[in-house]
Design a protein around this ligand. Sequence first.
Ligand code: G3H
Length: 199
Amino acid sequence: PRKIWLTRHGESQFNTLGKIGGNSTLSPRGEMYAQLLPDILASRIPRTGDGKPYPVAVWTSTLQRTIITASGLHYPKVQWKALDEIQAGTCDGLTYEQVKEQMPHEYELRKQDKLRYRYPSGESYMDVIQRLEPVVTEVEREKECVCIVSHQAVLRALYGYFMNQPLDSVPSIDIPLHTVMELTPKADGTMAETRFIVD
Ligand code: G3H
């Protein structure tokens, strides 16, 4: 059966500073991940009934950290705006510590209901889940293997959907950096999962 690979971008400059959002490039560690990713993927491509490797499609967001992470993957690529990270609105570019200090009320509201909390001028997890609908439809229609290089919040939503996780658990699903989550559709309609940690 075909594979669906989910991975976050390599560690970004903003990740190393603990900042939310932005459109930064990769850290040296992140660059390393981008360099290792092509071989990992190549070693996992299954073969079709006639012994040929499955075709692979690579989908990124429109943010440079995912585009750079996928730059060594030489397969047909699509950039999806719907795969961009959750928009943090007025909190974009701040650290969680700064949000807590400068907007304590917002910080509390988010803590109380991370799924439904919408950043001022930004998005909620529910908004992200909704905008991912066309992506999910397209993954399910695809016959090829799909490698999705995206972001933490977006991958929580996609993983939650494919792995049938309860909606309220989605904002806290563990999606570590430098890890490929390989999902394999099973006959009963559920997915088997294997993780490859590259650190
Ligand atoms: O920059 C945004 C983060 O990847 C989302 O993480 O929803 O746990 O704050 P969070």
